[in-house]
Write a protein that binds this ligand. Structure first.
Ligand code: NDP
Length: 333
């Protein structure tokens, strides 16, 4: 059963597309509603592509779980994530982007017309498809993680680190993201614990060196997080060292913030059956463009970017995707 409201499309909404039975033909289909998707909508609508945008499982994307956004240019006083996404949505709609509830459940990108199934029932035939489905941060799956979400728990140091200026925080993970986030936080915070489950870091040598040489970072080797505690906000974490070994011991740390950096999962399914991805599932684009290996299919935002992952970079690549789609359609004509 679908999690979404049934599609409510009026004649007015569909004036720019043609319909035959339950098949709808569109020039430009955008999948995803974070900064990348909405920005693609703004540009595609202004280029007369009459874009249809499906919002997906989390309308507004990852930013809707961020309290304050202070690093998006143009908001000198900052803005909350949900308000910023609502503004972007309104801006896309103002120029004619048709935003809808629904998730893409299947695709067939084998032909020149791309077939996309929404909510297992509706088929869209699109001349161009812009994939802006984002990525989902991985969490440990602890109950207390959910409890303190937005009240001390974060999966983005660049977004939320500033709120922990001169405080004590912990970062979980041993990869490049964890090393990078721990180093970034060490520039703001009084102390950073890096909680690593093994006795080695997976991060690149250069990042490892940076972490090891930073006096503010203390690596807790072979530690795992059992739970978080605090009165309304995170005040500490219960850890266990050497779990399952004879010398297993419980360790508590006092912290103000708990940052997850154990990887992201790009939301590239079900497109990855046709579109090339790297070994971790990120969609590959031709460098300097948003083009995928499939003609007429473009990717933008976090689903194709494991390095920057910022709202502003996602918006920038959303703009690129709309321009690439418009040029592709012009060439076809
Ligand atoms: P990775 O998959 O590389 O690392 C994840 C880390 O989290 C590992 O150390 C892993 O431990 C740990 N981890 C996973 N699950 C758990 C768990 N349940 N409990 C505790 N720890 C856990 O993800 P990253 O996000 O760090 O990097 C993804 C890709 O992006 C990599 O290819 C990386 O090189 C790249 N990247 C590049 C950057 C750059 O070039 N500037 C910056 C950031 C990322 P274990 O090692 O034991 O498996």
């Amino acid at each position: 059963m679908s999690l979404f409201k049934p599609l409510e499309t009026s004649d007015e909404e569909n004036k720019s597309v043609s319909q035959e039975g339950d098949v709808e033909k569109v020039k430009c289909l955008i999948v995803g509603s974070g900064p990348a998707g909405y920005t693609a909508g703004i540009y595609a609508a202004r280029a007369n592509l009459s874009p249809v945008l499906y919002e997906g499982l989390q309308p507004g994307g990852q930013l809707t779980t961020t309290n304050d956004v202070e690093n998006f240019p143009g908001y000198p006083e900052g803005v909350t994530g949900p308000i910023m996404m609502e503004d972007l949505k309104k801006q896309a709609q103002r120029y004619g982007t048709d935003t809808r509830w629904g998730i893409v459940t299947d695709v067939d990108l084998s032909g020149s017309v791309h077939k996309v199934t929404v909510d297992d029932k509706k088929t869209i035939e699109a001349d161009t498809v812009i994939i802006a489905t984002g990525a989902t941060a991985k969490y440990l799956g602890l109950e207390s993680e959910q409890k303190y979400m937005g009240s001390g728990v974060s999966a983005c140091a660049t977004c939320d680190g500033f709120f922990y200026k001169d405080k004590v925080v912990a970062v979980v993970g041993g990869g490049d993201t964890a090393a990078e986030e721990a180093t970034y936080l060490a520039g703001l915070c009084k102390k950073v614990y890096l909680i690593v489950r093994r006795d080695v870091l997976r991060a690149s040598k250069v990042m490892q060196k940076r972490v090891m040489e930073n006096q503010k970072i203390e690596i807790l080797w072979k530690h795992q997080t059992e739970s978080l505690f605090g009165d309304g906000v995170v005040e500490g974490a219960h850890l266990v060292k050497n779990k399952g070994e004879a010398n297993e011991e419980k360790v508590d740390i006092k912290i103000d913030g708990f940052f997850l950096a154990i990887g992201h999962t790009p939301n590239s399914a079900p497109f990855s059956k046709f579109v090339d991805t790297d070994e971790t599932g990120y969609i590959k684009t031709i460098p300097g463009t948003s083009k995928t290996n499939v003609h007429g299919v473009f990717a933008c935002g976090d689903v194709q970017d494991h390095v920057y992952r910022q709202a502003v970079t996602a918006a920038g690549t959303g703009c690129m995707a709309a321009i690439d789609a418009e040029r592709y359609l012009s060439e076809q004509e």
